[in-house]
Design a protein around this ligand. Structure first.
Ligand code: TPP
Length: 715
């Protein structure tokens, strides 16, 4: 069992991981238990890992694997004295730990497996948390979490009140920067490096970025600036040849998009370059630091050979390039990191490592998607326990109806930013390979690219998650809305998203889209409505439009014939249930909760009118006037932030003097704070947007506080 931070007498702040332990080095031998090299079980009956000629062998046929060395490591400080052999063993045990831990929780698997050696090497060489490691996106940081005091909480990862799925500053001092969205690590790292210089400190800063995350403009902006500022910064480019999410096409991972990946592979394929690098490295290892000059000569020569490919590209930006390095060879990683750390003023350095996603877990290595994001699975086989549902996801209904539109309109094209699987456009791509564009993790480019397509009369559907579109906002305003170009935005993952948490929560799209003068802003209340809105967007050809839909499954609505929607009248909502005294006007799939509230209210003898707004812009002025005139109470409901649908309705009512009379108006929306990751139902409850919350709000507005309280207490 790992030595707990409590047993070690550390003061516990709000999060037990926020303090780094201050130990003296040199004590780890007392904890160290070696793994047996041959027997098949430890004293607890756990399978032990074996070292064979080709390295450590992990046998996942048992319930779990013994991790005697990892059991002695609670914080990186415990790894400092490990020999190279120990580090290899630790990496093998860490890999086993990740496989078994994620099998019980689900989460991101293959990216963490691919960086096991990197994680061990970084925490061995660098002195975190004084030295800063910034994991780009952060979906590969499970090993980092395990080695930084959070192993005993890994069973809670992504669950309500548990560990976050991504590094998070509130969670641990070892999490130097909060992440979830990609391509921020070099900018943040550069900021930390410059702050260090200005504050007269001398710690190291390491940004770890994948070849996917490296496709985003921000990464280049940051490298360009790093080259100019010339401060000490280590960038590690983790090149696993998977640029888009591996579900980009239905036939498996797509060929990496972008020219950079081509340059990187040319570099890796250059045998002379590799031989020279090996020679330089072994000379350094054999004769020690005095060989540095010799090695540098080799290095220079090797660089010269590369001509116009990858290394010079980085060097032209001003980064000193080292690579490509085998990212699974701990010895090499440790040697290189130590050398770079020892260099007095290296300036910005880019270390290009090559890794394999899913490395060391045969089911992940074999799977087309490398088991990138998984639900719980059987560690023996990798078979995932996917929940069965009678309905498809909203994403699939979107894709299905877009395909139907595209079958009859050859001007329809689709764009996504490295999210073929997540947006359902992998289905569209299969059907129309020439009309589907994966632009890499480049939301800004995706939007302006779509704008360009629209100028020439094509009908682009830009499918980007609500939270990722935040990154392309200036492009939405300046390149699309201002020029009134008919780009259609399909904003998936609108509202709360469960386990991914606040970084991925689509809270703001209604506010940021509905404030734009030309944008048509819609939200379907169920999957059939979504199909109609796809058809509506296809038909709107004189201005931009958008529609938002949530993560998760449809509600079983009757779908339009052949899954082809019919365009809706723009700016017209509908009444779903006629009632009296109270009107509840929902925007989006929260309409389902409004209907649920109406059912609950029956037993209280309350019969509200339920309306589905469909449009936030233009608002259905007639409908809103009518609801306000015929009811004492009007409640708006939405799964979005302040400034969204409710704000537009109240603005309209106040401008038209309708609030000057007896009407009671209430807006229900997401609270003005970030909702942590967790089970979707817990998030809805925490946000106060469940049917029961709506029901309780109605009862208290009707002056029946006791009944409202009973319902609230049951929540
Ligand atoms: C701004 C933004 N867009 C899209 C995503 C979704 N996303 C998460 S990981 C990923 C691929 C990252 O590839 P890479 O950096 O190479 O890491 P790997 O998964 O290969 O380890 C994408 C597209 C994101 N996190 N942030």
């Amino acid at each position: 069992m790992a030595v707990s931070e409590i047993a070690m007498g550390i003061n516990l702040p709000r999060s037990p991981y926020l303090l780094a332990p201050k130990f003296k080095f040199g004590g780890r031998n007392q904890f160290c238990v070696k793994a047996s090299a041959s027997s098949s079980g430890d004293e607890n009956g756990r399978m032990v890992i074996r070292k064979e000629k080709e390295g450590w062998q992990l046998d996942f046929s048992g319930e779990t694997l013994a991790t005697p060395l990892l059991d002695t490591i609670n914080f990186p400080v415990h790894m400092k004295n490990l020999s190279s052999k120990d580090l290899d063993q630790l990496a093998a045990e860490l890999r086993a730990e990740i496989v078994y831990a994620v099998s019980k929780t689900g989460g991101h698997l293959s990216s963490s497996l691919g960086v096991v050696e990197l994680t061990v090497a970084l925490h061995h060489v660098f002195n975190t948390p004084d030295d800063k490691i910034i994991w780009d996106v952060g979906h590969q940081a499970y090993g980092h979490k395990i080695l930084t005091g959070r192993r005993s909480k890994m069973h809670t990862i992504r669950k309500t009140s548990g560990l976050a799925g991504f590094p998070k500053r509130d969670e641990s001092v070892y999490d130097a920067f909060g992440v979830g969205h990609s391509s921020t690590s070099i900018s943040a790292g550069l900021g930390m490096a410059v702050a260090r210089d200005l504050l007269g400190k001398n710690n190291n800063v390491v940004s770890v970025i994948g070849d996917g995350a490296m496709t985003a403009g921000q990464a280049y902006e940051a490298m360009n600036n790093a080259g100019f500022l010339d401060t000490n910064l280590i960038v590690i480019l983790n090149d696993n040849r998977q640029v888009s999410l591996p579900t980009a096409t239905l036939d498996g991972p797509a060929t990496p998009v972008g020219a950079l990946s081509g340059a990187l592979s040319k570099l890796q394929a250059n045998p002379k370059f590799r031989q020279l690098r090996e020679a330089a490295k072994s000379i350094t290892k054999q004769i020690g630091p005095q060989a540095h000059e010799v090695a540098a000569k080799f290095d220079e020569y090797a660089r010269g050979m590369l001509g116009a490919s990858g290394s010079t590209f980085f060097e032209e930006l001003g980064l000193y390039y080292i690579g490509p390095v085998d990212g699974h060879n701990l010895d090499d990683l440790v040697t290189i990191f130590q050398k770079v750390k020892e260099m007095p003023a290296p300036g910005p350095v880019l270390i290009h490592i090559v890794t394999e996603k899913g490395k060391g877990y045969p089911p992940a290595e074999a799977a087309a998607d490398r088991m990138h994001g998984v639900v719980k699975y059987d560690p023996k086989t990798g078979k995932q326990n996917k929940a069965k549902s009678s309905t498809l996801t909203y994403t699939q209904y979107f894709a299905e109806s877009l395909i139907k539109e595209a079958e009859t309109d050859n001007k329809i094209v689709a764009i996504h930013a490295a999210m073929g699987g997540g947006t359902g456009l992998n289905y569209f791509q299969k059907k129309f390979p020439d009309r589907c564009f994966d632009v890499g993790i480049a939301e800004q480019h995706a939007v302006t690219f779509a704008a360009g397509l629209a100028t020439e009369g094509l009908k682009p559907f830009c499918a980007i998650y609500s939270s990722f579109l935040q990154r392309g906002y200036d492009q939405v305003v300046h390149d699309v809305d201002l020029q009134k170009l008919p780009v259609r935005f399909a904003m998936d993952r609108a509202g709360l998203v469960g386990a991914d948490g606040p970084t991925h929560c689509g809270a703001f799209d209604v506010a940021y889209m509905a404030c734009l003068p030309n944008m048509v802003v819609m939200a379907p209340s169920d999957e059939a409505e979504l199909m109609h809105m796809v058809a509506t967007a296809a038909a709107i050809d004189d201005r931009p439009s958008c529609f938002r839909f949530p993560r998760g499954n449809g509600v079983g609505a009757v779908l339009p014939l052949n899954n082809k929607g019919t365009p809706l009248e723009i700016g017209k909502g509908r009444i779903l249930r006629e009632g009296n005294r109270i009107a509840i006007l929902g925007y989006g799939t929260i309409v389902q909760q409004c209907l649920g509230a109406a059912e609950m209210l029956k037993s209280h003898n309350v019969f509200p009118t339920i309306a589905d707004a469909r449009f936030c812009k233009p608002l259905d002025a007639d409908l809103i006037r009518r609801l306000a005139k015929e009811h004492e109470i009007l409640i708006t409901a939405e799964e979005g932030s302040v400034g969204g649908f409710g704000s537009h309705v109240s603005h309209f009512l106040s401008l038209n003097g309708i609030l000057d009379g007896p009407l009671k108006l209430r807006s229900m929306m997401l609270p003005d704070r970030y909702i942590d990751h967790g089970a979707p139902q817990d998030q809805i409850e925490e946000s106060g947007l469940s049917s029961r919350h709506i029901c309780a709000t109605v009862l208290s507005l009707l002056g029946r506080p006791k009944e409202a309280l009973t319902i609230r207490e049951a929540i």
